[in-house]
Design a binder for this molecule. Structure first.
Ligand SMILES: Cc1cc2nc3c(=O)[nH]c(=O)nc-3n(C[C@H](O)[C@H](O)[C@H](O)COP(=O)(O)OP(=O)(O)OC[C@H]3O[C@@H](n4cnc5c(N)ncnc54)[C@H](O)[C@@H]3O)c2cc1C
Length: 438
């Protein structure tokens, strides 16, 4: 196998190279006040800002880096049905009715992405490509059968089992024991999508303030109106409402929320452009593909026919060191799945931080007087769009029912967590163990 030397790949997101720089002025002074301060300019924050501004609210989006800098521009671009926990597990945990509502929300989330892309004319290669989940063990394939039956019965969706013998029609790999195809899922170029959302939010009238890190938020009454003083790296402003949309990058400014979020690293490599016949061989139907492990691999072709191969290789949030180590692990993984890609050059490697809650489902609502939505656990392209949009409407005063808002938001067991995820190596080991025994 050709060893990967760091010199062979660019240590940055492939998607970033597909988007022209927005060229926003970073010196624009902050307003003295706003109706709503949105913290974080990813899918969640920008979708909320768009809805709020369209409803006539004065919105200031405060982003520590640049719009889309977080997970939103660096992910796999898989717009998936469902949540991290399968429908069966959701039913066991929350009962049939709630599980049904949570899953239905994931379907509505996909429709929301499609609708926004169309309405705002965002050129981001969105299409309903469908996804393929591949079974790493025969027992996983039997588990798929249960999911397929449940999803088809409850939602009447085009979900289909693919036996090991038929798998060749879906994937050019011999190592899996079968698969499940869900035609409803889609794909997107995430960097173009989030850049388009930023433009849409600004067009609706929201102010976008980049390089503006929120450092502290405190309750403050102004001219008799209750609200919050928001201190940033570029001065402070008063806002009647604050919406926290900081995902896996939630930090010290909001210690209450930080304690409920586990930031987990996820990494991606992208190869050089594949010849047409090789691309067709590895993914004949151009699906979004992921495997059935806890420590999973996810992969797809990019619109220009590169293999994008990702996984939770290092578990810790990204750094130059974890990116390099992860690139090697992912390269080995990719060649294991697709031996024919052995000599294909890796051109990009990068990492980003996923937002996981302790119960592995998204949460949205109000905490200590601040609105929030996060915890998408690898399903954020669709779910962040959906919850950002819905929370935007709720902050506008609309009566919206979100099933996630009814589920208690757990912290760490025994409260042994201050926001520094000391347990990640143990959690990583635990999930590897589960993959081994399950
Ligand atoms: C490598 C990778 C692959 C993934 N693949 C997929 C996939 O294929 N499909 C899928 O559905 N999901 C995927 N995800 C998950 C998905 O990308 C996220 O769930 C989603 O982007 C979260 O969006 P967000 O807006 O909530 O957070 P983010 O996009 O992370 O944005 C949060 C923003 O908040 C800002 N911020 C944080 N603190 C402050 C502060 N104090 N002041 C100001 N700004 C602040 C950050 O700078 C950041 O820009 C992946 C994630 C990663 C990392």
């Amino acid at each position: 196998m050709r060893p990967i030397s760091p010199m062979q790949f660019k240590e940055r997101s492939f998607w970033a190279d597909t988007v022209p720089a927005a060229g926003r002025a970073t010196s624009r002074p902050l307003p003295e006040s706003a109706d709503v301060a949105v913290v974080g300019a990813g899918f969640t924050g920008l979708c909320a800002a768009r809805v709020l501004a369209k409803a006539g609210a004065r919105v200031a989006v405060l982003e520590a880096e640049t719009a889309g800098w977080g997970a939103s521009s660096r992910n796999g671009g898989m717009v998936l049905t469902g949540l991290k926990l399968g429908l069966h597990t959701l039913s066991e945990k929350y009962g049939r009715e709630t599980a049904h509502q949570l899953y239905a929300a994931s379907l509505e989330a996909l429709d929301t992405v499609e609708q926004i892309v169309k309405e705002e004319e965002i050129a981001c290669d969105f299409s309903r490509s469908g996804h393929l989940e591949v079974a790493c063990k025969p027992s996983h394939f039997r588990g798929f059968l249960q999911s397929a039956e449940l999803i088809s019965r409850e939602f009447n969706l085009p979900v289909r089992m693919v036996s090991r013998a038929e798998l060749r029609e879906e994937i050019g790999s011999e190592i899996y024991y079968g698969g499940l195809v869900d035609e409803t899922s889609g794909c997107v170029n995430p960097a173009r999508y989030v850049a388009g959302l930023a433009v849409a939010a600004e067009k609706a009238g929201a102010g976008l303030y980049e390089r503006t890190r929120v450092e502290r938020i405190q309750p403050a009454t102004r001219q008799g109106v209750k609200g919050h003083q928001v201190w940033t790296s570029r001065g402070s402003l008063w806002a009647r409402e604050v919406f926290l949309a900081t995902g896996g990058y939630t930090g010290r400014a909001t210690p209450g929320l930080r304690k409920k979020i586990i930031p987990i690293g996820s990494y991606i490599i992208v190869t050089e452009v594949l010849p047409e016949d090789l691309a067709r061989e590895v993914s004949p139907r151009n699906r979004m593909i992921y495997d059935s492990k806890n420590f999973l691999y996810y992969f797809r072709l990019t619109p220009d026919r590169r293999m994008l191969f990702g996984g939770r290789a290092a578990f810790f949030p990204e750094s130059a060191d974890t990116i390099r180590r992860s690139a090697e692990i992912l390269h080995r993984g990719m060649v294991q799945v697709y031996p024919m890609l052995r000599d294909v050059k890796v051109e990009y490697a990068w990492g980003g931080t996923l937002d996981f809650c302790f119960d592995r489902i998204p949460h949205a609502g109000q905490l200590e007087g601040l609105y929030y939505a996060l915890g998408y656990a690898g399903h954020g392209v669709a779910m962040a769009t959906y919850l950002g949009t819905r929370m935007g409407r709720i902050i506008c005063g609309e009566r919206e029912e979100i099933p996630f808002a009814r589920i208690p938001f757990p912290g760490a067991p025994l409260g042994l967590y201050n926001g520094t995820p000391w347990f990640l190596p143990f959690a990583g080991g635990w999930y590897k163990f589960l993959d081994w025994v399950s």
